[in-house]
Design a protein around this ligand. Structure first.
Ligand SMILES: NC(=O)c1ccc[n+]([C@@H]2O[C@H](COP(=O)([O-])OP(=O)(O)OC[C@H]3O[C@@H](n4cnc5c(N)ncnc54)[C@H](O)[C@@H]3O)[C@@H](O)[C@H]2O)c1
Length: 395
């Protein structure tokens, strides 16, 4: 058994597309993962989550034998390169849990072989690559360590892995060189940084997006409090005005990356990251703001409220850290009844779109899935903070 690459966490949202992308280029890849449900699904030739343009590629790389899935950590020893892409959570004290990554290395340390290239692909707390390098070299491992952050938009990874430049850094020049050679197979455009720079580049990328969403959300509440429809103003600002082209629309900004990476950067900056904190308050406060506004206009205790869409963003089935769930919690306290639906997420507690529309007095668009854009909703109060119905949003 020999692999060019073993991807640890190889069946996750980042790991699986990355494994497939390398396998599609003809490399022999093992997606090593402990998730039995994902293993079963992928071995059957199905994707465990929504990933666009990936179904045919998955079937092909499995049939070609360039992609193999395994739950055996022996596959780590069998690879020239090990790419680690497990989760990097933050804890209840708003601190990154870097032990999570270290624990993965401790668990599989005995499987490492001298001469391997170890690539960190998870989004990490700045300094993690250096710590890992020290950890492994103190324990006598002669491996090359690189950090090459993932920058794809979830759901569109297979497209973006071969079109986005790859940021590559190494603990040593030799490690950087090996990692650059590998990622140039996906896209020859490589941007070299030092590990600390690359770690920050990834966090800055995500936090920049998070702050932009916060600006839009804050503008929305300011305009709404003044009795105005922010979408009318937004249109005016952006119309043929290139300097405002990247001002996003308001909406529930959360998900598995933006929130936690803002916290990671804040923790790194001694929790004095004012813009990041302000953005957290604005973005996390949006569900509260909406419910407060509704409470002023409706007797919520006697109303059924429906949340149309629960995923953290449009057209995917990922519920992780979605603000629609926070909204559900708030509404459960404030209203007679809360109904939820999502065209992508299977959850026995959800109702169908039709039932939600029929039974709800008030409908809040939780996720702007494309399937909802054509819905005709008559005779109900609709809160469409994303403006998927094109009628603006005033609460
Ligand atoms: N989701 C995104 O769009 C995205 C984009 C860029 C970066 N990232 C970063 O990538 C990392 C992973 O995110 P994700 O969304 O892919 O997470 P995920 O939960 O979808 O995937 C992680 C995978 O690792 C597996 N795993 C966990 N522990 C393991 C272990 N000990 N051994 C083997 N496998 C193990 C899990 O079963 C899971 O399949 C995070 O650091 C995240 O911040 C995510």
């Amino acid at each position: 058994m020999h692999f060019d690459i073993c991807v640890v966490g190889g069946l996750g949202h980042v790991g699986l597309p990355l494994s497939m992308a390398f396998a599609a280029k003809g490399l022999k890849v093992c997606a090593f993962d402990i998730s039995q449900s994902a293993l079963k699904t992928v071995r059957e030739g199905r994707l465990p989550f929504v990933e666009y343009d990936a179904a045919d590629t998955l079937k092909k790389v499995l049939a070609d034998g360039t992609l193999v899935c395994s739950d055996s950590d022996e596959t780590i020893s069998a690879a020239d390169t090990v790419i680690l892409i497990t989760g990097t959570p933050v804890d209840a004290h708003l601190s990154p849990e870097f032990e999570a990554l270290l624990q993965v290395f401790q668990a599989y340390e005995r499987r490492l072989r001298d001469g391997q290239l170890i690539i960190l692909r998870s989004t990490v707390y700045p300094g993690t690559t250096r710590r890992l390098q020290d950890f492994l070299s103190e324990r006598g491992h002669k491996v090359d360590i690189a950090f090459c952050p993932e920058r794809i938009a979830e759901g569109y990874a297979l497209r973006e892995l071969v079109t986005l430049p790859h940021i590559v850094s190494g603990a040593t020049p030799a490690a950087a060189e090996r990692a650059a050679k590998l990622f140039s197979i996906l896209n020859p455009e490589i941007v070299r940084l030092e590990p600390l720079e690359a770690e920050m580049a990834k966090l800055f990328t995500n936090v920049y997006r998070y702050i932009k969403f916060a600006i839009a959300n804050q503008f929305f509440t300011v305009a709404n409090d003044a009795g105005l429809d922010f979408y009318k103003i937004l249109h005016a600002i952006k119309h043929k005005y290139p300097r405002a082209a990247d001002l996003p629309a308001p909406g529930f900004a959360a998900g598995p990356c933006l929130y936690k990476d803002t916290i990671q950067l804040s923790a790194y900056n001694n929790h004095t990251f004012f813009l990041g904190h302000a953005s957290l308050l604005v973005n996390e406060g949006l569900p509260h703001y909406i419910v407060n506004r509704l409470r002023k206009q409706h007797d919520l205790q006697h109303k059924t409220v429906g949340i149309l869409g629960m995923a953290f963003k449009a057209d995917v089935d990922d519920p992780r850290d979605s603000l629609a769930y926070k909204l559900r919690k708030i509404l459960a306290f404030e209203t007679a009844h809360v109904l939820c639906c999502d065209v992508y997420i299977k959850d026995p507690s959800f109702v169908s779109t039709e039932e939600l529309i029929r039974r709800s007095d008030i409908i809040i668009v939780g996720t702007p899935h494309k399937e909802y854009r054509q819905l005709q909703i008559e005779g109900k109060v609709v809160v469409d903070v994303w403006n998927i119905f094109g009628k603006g949003c005033q609460i």
